[in-house]
Design a protein around this ligand. Structure first.
Ligand code: ATR
Length: 277
């Protein structure tokens, strides 16, 4: 007797309980009528490589990778997309039929798609982008903004050397601004992005002066808990176009789901509701 194989996928992190990806993928599987499973997996760093090599044999077609394994997963992979190499981390793995592990990074894609969907008049080439933070998330944001034609990036981080490292790597279109002067970036910016964890539930507030923000500037926050951060509330009061960070999470999952399960899902209000459940 033979059984049709039900494809398995999931997300690997440490910790993993907070991840919204299981609700999201399960919503798509159910609404599209696809048989498949998406499971959260708590994996310690020491076990990562062995587990990644065991999963295909257990019926897994791929996994998402989250904190703290994104850089290590890139090293373990046999094949890597250009955008994952550029970002220096993997958030999506595809287990190929030939046994090879293929790594991609869809964070930058998700970031841009979120802006395109929720600020349809956004023109990346309209003017400089101001970025707060220079950690892992900022790398994906910088790479994707440069890719879509932002003319200049102003970047400010509490630890200045991390912003300088990004400038070294991504080149002359980046200018580093001191953290105490981060508010000055707002005057010129057409796009403003918070990539720090400031403003997240349980983290301190983002205290950068915002009075320089211009009407019509597109302001987005990668923090999505709460959905309306202090930055977005203040920016809205000043006539800016605001986009919350949940859409980035939803859009980054689209290419992975399509590769694993063969159907491209859509991101709409039902998807948002499912991820927030
Ligand atoms: P991620 O992958 O989410 O970017 P990360 O690499 O740990 O995570 O980066 C977190 C970002 O939030 C960094 O820009 C960090 O600034 P530092 O590089 O100076 O650590 C920023 N951040 C976190 N807590 C902060 C705080 N209390 N004040 C200012 N910036 C903070």
């Amino acid at each position: 007797m033979s059984h049709a194989k039900i494809p398995l996928a999931g997300v690997i992190g440490c910790p993993i309980a907070h991840s919204k990806s299981p609700q999201l993928h399960r919503h798509w599987l159910k609404s599209l009528g696809i048989s498949g499973y998406y499971v959260p997996m708590h994996v310690e760093a020491i076990d990562l490589e062995e587990i990644l090599h065991s999963l295909p044999k257990a019926g897994f077609v791929g996994v998402n990778i989250t904190v703290p394994h994104k850089e290590r997963a890139l090293e373990i992979a046999d094949l890597v997309t250009d955008r994952a190499t550029l970002i220096g981390a993997a958030n999506t793995l595809i287990f190929r039929k030939d046994g090879k592990i293929h790594a991609d990074n869809t964070d930058g894609y998700g970031f841009i798609q979120n802006l395109r969907q929720n600020a349809p008049d956004w023109h990346p080439e309209a003017g400089p982008a101001a970025i707060l933070g220079a950690g892992g998330a900022a790398r994906a944001v910088v790479a994707s903004l440069l890719d879509v034609g932002v003319p200049e990036i102003l970047i400010s981080n509490r630890t200045r050397v991390r912003a300088e490292a990004l400038q070294q790597e991504f080149g002359r279109r980046l200018t580093v601004i001191d953290w105490v002067q981060a508010g000055n970036m707002m005057d010129d910016a057409s796009t403003v992005v918070n990539t720090t964890s400031l403003g997240m539930i349980g983290s301190p507030a983002l205290r950068v002066p915002l009075d320089g923000l211009r009407k019509g500037t597109v302001v987005t926050d990668l923090v999505y808990a709460p959905l309306k951060t202090h930055l977005l509330i203040e920016a809205e009061k000043m006539g800016c176009i605001t986009v919350d960070g949940l859409g980035m999470l939803l859009h980054q999952a689209v290419p992975a789901f399509e590769r694993w399960f063969g159907t491209r899902p859509t991101v709409d209000s039902a998807t948002r509701a499912a991820a927030l459940r």
